[in-house]
Design a binder for this molecule. Structure first.
Ligand code: FES
Length: 394
């Protein structure tokens, strides 16, 4: 009798546990929060466009879905914007300029990249009312109080100022007690983006110091001239002790500043580099096979799944173009290869390479586990032989 009672009691407790587990107590709250932070994709509508300089525009986007708010982000992060050009879907990352303390809109600054594919299309064709697909906010450029300390040096080149504008807005709005030195390199005075905003912040916040350095100034420019050299950095920040450096700009600026910072003896762990995109000329990158004719094309075989069917296409790809660009052109809108950073950082585009050989610029860090299992990041991989890729294994 005693055993039966114990059995019944155990069964009752088991049933209660099972009932409870059907819908965990935290399900609603956390599930909603996770979906809000990581929506995967977002649909954005252009509501405002402002010309910032001769080749740069500021775009304001709101959520195109009335039932969905924009995903929150950390100041400094970016989103990948997708556009369709001549039937090919392609996306590029753009840093968010607006403050993370309001989520009624995102603002993105887009500059036309010479010889680029997506940025000229966006700047020249996007109009108010257009709807675009975008990724959720991504990226590792943001202030981390645990590791970055209280003295921050922002080094920006050209359009690389955009994430810093968001960070400065955030720091200023939340009154975060930080000392900041912003060193902003531009070609001419006309190329100083967000000057009004920068001067306003500087006026209100004595702990934020802004210095412009122009490489091609007009004769009446009275400020600093030249490049962002080690002397100019030191002159601006005084001492490098306990300072954390963030560097954002194009590849050429990145190479130069990297060298200058290493001469100042700043340890690697106190520098964060964000250099979107790939080299303008990959044949000039260290490690590129000098005996390879740069006009070479290789055959790419790609297997993918569409409507549950396995399909295969073959096409030719230039050795000097990232594989992802060739793939997007060949696939048209049949399927989309997920991507966001186009710099080898986010790993969204990882693809299984069955056979072949690719060149990857040395500064790109592909995860060891991806390398050992034969995965490549086509956004930063250049074909050096015929290649067989299988998207169904990704
Ligand atoms: S798009 Fe981010 S790694 Fe390729």
């Amino acid at each position: 009798m005693e055993d039966i009672k114990k059995y019944q009691k155990a069964e009752k407790i088991k049933k209660q546990r099972e009932d409870l587990q059907t819908i965990p107590w935290y399900y609603d709250g956390l599930e909603n929060l996770c979906n809000r932070i990581h929506p995967g994709k977002q649909l954005l509508r252009v509501t405002d466009i402002k010309q910032l300089s001769s080749d740069t525009k500021l775009f304001r986007f709101i959520s195109a879905n009335p039932n969905k708010q924009l995903a929150p982000f950390r100041a400094g992060q970016y989103i990948g914007l997708t556009v369709e050009i001549n039937g090919a879907r392609s996306s590029r990352p753009f840093s968010i300029v607006s403050s993370p303390n309001q989520l009624s809109y995102y603002e993105l600054g887009v500059r036309i990249k010479e010889g680029g594919f997506v940025s000229p299309f966006i700047v020249n064709n996007l109009k108010v009312g257009d709807i675009l697909e975008a990724s959720e906010p991504l990226g590792n450029l943001y202030y981390n109080p645990l590791f970055h300390g209280k003295d921050l040096v922002f080094v920006a080149g050209g359009c690389g100022i955009t994430p810093f504008i968001s960070m400065l807005k955030d720091i200023s709005e939340r009154d975060i007690p930080l000392n900041i030195w912003l060193i902003f390199g531009c070609l001419t005075e006309k190329d100083i983006l967000f000057r009004e905003e920068l001067e306003d912040i500087q006026e209100r916040r004595p702990n934020i110091h802004v210095r412009y350095i122009l490489s091609e100034p007009d004769v009446d420019w009275k400020g600093e001239c030249g490049f962002i050299s080690r002397d100019k950095i030191l002159k601006e920040v005084g001492t490098i002790e306990k300072k954390y450096f963030y560097v954002v700009g194009n590849r050429a600026m990145y190479e130069y500043v990297k060298e200058e910072l290493s001469h100042l003896g700043i340890p690697q762990h106190r520098i964060y580099f964000e250099a979107f995109g790939v080299p303008d000329d990959v044949t000039k990158v260290i490690g590129w096979p000098s005996d390879l004719d740069s006009s070479n094309k290789f055959q790419i075989t790609l297997e993918y799944r569409q409507y549950s069917q396995k399909e295969k296409i073959k096409f030719e790809a230039m050795c000097t173009e990232p594989l992802l660009n060739s793939l997007e052109r060949a696939l048209k809108s049949k399927i989309t290869i997920e991507n966001a950073c186009r710099s080898g950082e986010c790993a969204l585009c990882r693809t299984k390479m069955i056979s072949g050989k690719v060149f990857v610029p040395p500064e790109v860090t592909v995860r060891e586990v991806d390398k050992s299992f034969g995965f490549i990041h086509p956004c930063v991989s250049y074909p050096l032989a015929d290649i067989h890729l299988d998207l169904t294994l990704t």
